[in-house]
Design a binder for this molecule. Structure first.
Ligand code: KIV
Ligand code: ZN
Length: 546
C-alpha cells in the first residue's frame, strides 16, 4: 500500500455546516492558506451550487490558495458538477467531489429511488465529472449503514467510471472501530479481486474515510480505517462540523506521529505523514477565533489544558523529566510558554520552578517559607493562581518592612439611577510623605475607589498624563464563605510603564475595602521591587541575611 497518508480537510465545507458558524471570504482564504502551511493535501472549499456565497468562496480559494488540491462538493447530477467545476477551474489542482447516498434509509426516504437508479446516477456523475476534471472523488453517503454488497457494486462502478478517490463516509457517526475496520478491509479486498491492487499500492486509487462524531468515535474510527488500508483521511480542525462534528484532524495526525511504531508494525510498511505539526495550535486558534467555536480546555492536543500540569506529583515529574507525564512535546504542536500551571494542588517543586524561571535564586529555607505561605494564604482563596502572586510572597519576605502605603479609611456611595456617579473618598497613610486624601468618580464603587487611590498616590490608569501610568491586568473578586456576611477576597494584578507586573490580594467583609487593600498591596510590591528588586535578584536569597 502507498505509504503516504493524504489529509483532506473539510473545515471550510463540513466544518462551516456547524450550527451558528458562518465564515466570510477573507477568513476562508486565511484559513485556506494556514491549511497549506500545515501541510494539508486537499482543501474542500465549499459546496458551490448551494449559494452564490459558496460559489464565490470556492472560486476565490481556487485562485488564491496555492500548494494544495482544492476540492468542491457536488451532488450526483450534471448541474451541481458543472457549477462545482466552474468555481474550481482556476485552481492549481482542482478536484470535483461528487456524492450520492447508498443506504436503504436514504434511498427510500430521501432520494426516493431504487438501488439500480442510484447506481446509474453514481456512474453517470463520476463519468461526467471526469470529462471536466482529471481528479474526481466519489463519496457513498451513509456508507456505514449501507448493504455491503450493494456498496461494493457502487464503489466498483465509480472506480470503473474514473474516480480515483473513493470515500466511505460514516455520515451519521454510527459505526464502531472494529466494524469500520472490517468494512474498509472488505472493500479493499473487493478492489484487489477486481484487479486494482497495483493502483492501490501506487496511490493511484485511494480509499478515503470521513467520520462524524455522534458517538465520540470519529478519530478512533478513522485510525481503525488506516489500519485496514485507507490512505486518505477526511476531517476538520478542532473537529468542528455537523451535529457532534467531524474527526479532529490534529488528533489523527498526532496519533499517527506519536504511535508511528504501532501503526507501522501493524501495517507492515512505513507511514508517511507530511504535516508541519508546529502549525497545529496556531491554526486551531485561528479557526476557533473565526468560527466563534471555543475549544474545550480539556480537548486533546489543542485544548488550553492539554499540556497543563497542576498536581504536585505531576509537576515534580515533568520538572525532573518532561516525558514522565507528557507523550508529546508541547512545542512540537506549536504551544509556547510553560506547561506548569499553579493551582491548589501545586507542590514545592512547582513553586520553586516558577520563581526560578522569573530570575530568582534562593535557598531551601526560603522556598519552604514561600511554599508554607502559598499553602496557607493563597492556594484556597484564588481559583487561578498567576505566578505574580507567588513572587509577591517572596517580595513580602524580603521587602515588606519597606512598604509605603496603608489604608486608613474609605467611604463609597453607590448610585442606582439618574445622572449621578458613584463616588469614593480614600485616606491613605504614606510612610514617606504623610497622610493622603483623594476623591474619585467611577462607573461603579470599585472603579471610583481605584481612581481615588491612584489619584492620591500620583498614579493614573489613563494614558497621556504627567502622572505615572498603571495598567490593571487582572481583577477578580469572590466570596470566601456563603451568605451576605461572607468575607470577600480580591486579587489584582497591575503593570507599570516598563511592563513589570505585581499582584496583590486583599480580604475584608466589605468587598470595596478588600479591593482597595489588594490594589495597595500590589502597588507596595511594585514600588518596593522598582527600588530593590534588581539588587535582590543578583543574590541567592537566604533567611539568615534578611
Ligand atoms: O458526511 C458525509 O457523508 C459528507 C459527504 C458529503 C462526504 O459530508
Ligand atoms: Zn460529512
Amino acid at each position: 500500500m502507498n505509504p503516504k497518508i493524504v489529509f483532506f480537510d473539510t473545515t471550510l465545507r463540513d466544518g462551516e455546516q456547524s450550527p451558528g458558524v458562518s465564515l466570510d471570504l477573507k477568513q476562508k482564504v486565511e484559513i485556506g492558506k494556514a491549511l497549506v502551511e500545515l501541510g494539508i493535501d486537499v482543501i474542500e472549499a465549499g459546496f458551490p451550487v448551494t449559494s452564490p456565497g459558496d460559489f464565490e468562496a470556492v472560486k476565490t480559494l481556487a485562485k488564491k490558495v496555492k500548494g494544495a488540491t482544492i476540492a468542491a462538493l457536488a451532488r450526483a447530477n450534471k448541474k451541481d458538477i458543472e457549477v462545482a467545476y466552474e468555481a474550481l477551474k482556476e485552481a492549481e489542482s482542482p478536484r470535483i467531489h461528487t456524492f450520492i447516498a447508498t443506504s436503504d434509509i436514504h434511498l427510500t426516504y430521501k432520494l426516493k429511488k431504487n438501488r439500480e437508479q442510484v447506481l446509474e446516477l453514481a456512474r453517470e456523475a463520476v463519468k461526467y465529472a471526469c470529462s471536466l476534471c482529471p481528479d474526481v472523488e466519489f463519496s457513498a453517503e451513509d456508507a456505514t449503514r449501507s448493504d455491503w454488497e450493494y456498496l461494493t457494486q457502487v464503489v466498483l462502478e465509480a472506480v470503473k467510471a474514473g474516480a480515483r478517490t473513493i470515500n466511505i463516509p460514516d455520515t451519521v457517526g454510527y459505526t464502531v472501530p472494529q466494524e469500520y475496520y472490517d468494512l474498509i478491509k472488505f472493500l479493499i479486498d473487493k478492489l484487489i479481486e477486481a484487479g486494482y491492487e497495483e493502483d492501490l499500492k501506487a496511490g493511484n486509487l485511494r480509499l478515503s474515510v470521513h467520520c462524524h462524531n455522534d458517538l465520540g468515535l470519529a478519530v478512533a474510527n478513522s485510525l481503525s480505517a488506516i489500519l485496514a488500508g485507507a490512505t486518505q483521511i477526511e476531517g476538520t480542525i478542532n473537529g468542528i462540523g455537523e451535529r457532534a462534528g467531524n474527526a479532529a484532524l490534529e488528533e489523527i495526525i498526532m496519533t499517527l506521529k506519536t504511535r508511528k511504531d504501532f501503526f507501522e508494525k501493524k501495517l507492515g510498511y512505513p507511514l508517511q505523514v507530511d504535516i508541519n505539526t508546529r502549525k497545529i495550535v496556531p491554526i486551531s486558534q485561528l479557526v476557533s477565533k473565526y468560527t466563534g467555536m471555543i475549544v474545550q480546555p480539556n480537548k486533546a492536543i489543542v485544548g488550553a489544558n492539554a499540556f497543563a500540569h497542576e498536581s504536585g506529583i505531576h509537576q515534580h515529574g515533568v520538572i525532573c523529566e518532561r516525558t514522565t507525564y507528557e507523550i508529546i512535546d508541547p512545542a512540537e504542536v506549536g504551544w509556547t510558554g510553560s506547561a506548569i500551571v499553579l493551582g491548589k494542588h501545586s507542590g514545592r517543586h512547582a513553586i520553586g520552578f516558577k520563581l526560578k524561571s522569573r530570575g530568582w535564586q534562593f535557598d531551601d529555607q526560603v522556598l519552604n517559607l514561600v511554599f508554607e505561605k502559598f499553602r496557607t494564604e493563597i492556594k484556597d482563596v484564588l481559583k487561578k493562581i498567576d505566578e505574580e502572586y507567588v513572587e509577591g510572597i517572596l517580595l513580602d519576605i524580603f521587602l515588606e518592612k519597606k512598604y509605603r502605603y496603608y489604608l486608613i479609611s474609605s467611604q463609597v456611595i453607590s448610585v442606582c439611577s439618574g445622572s449621578l456617579k458613584p463616588i469614593a473618598q480614600v485616606e491613605i497613610e504614606d510612610k514617606k510623605e504623610g497622610k493622603k486624601v483623594s476623591v474619585g468618580l467611577g462607573v461603579g464603587p470599585i472603579d471610583a475607589a481605584y481612581k481615588a487611590t491612584a489619584e492620591a498616590l500620583g498614579y493614573t490608569f489613563k494614558k497621556d498624563t504627567n502622572k505615572k501610568h498603571l495598567k490593571l491586568i487582572e481583577f477578580n473578586i469572590s466570596a470566601l464563605t456563603g451568605g451576605t456576611s461572607a468575607e470577600g477576597v480580591c486579587g489584582v494584578i497591575i503593570e507599570n510603564e516598563k511592563g513589570f507586573r505585581t499582584a496583590g490580594l486583599g480580604r475584608d467583609g466589605d468587598i470595596v475595602i478588600a479591593s482597595i487593600k489588594a490594589f495597595l498591596k500590589a502597588l507596595n510590591r511594585l514600588e518596593a521591587f522598582e527600588e530593590k528588586g534588581e539588587y535582590l535578584k543578583n543574590q541567592i536569597l537566604s533567611l539568615r541575611e534578611k
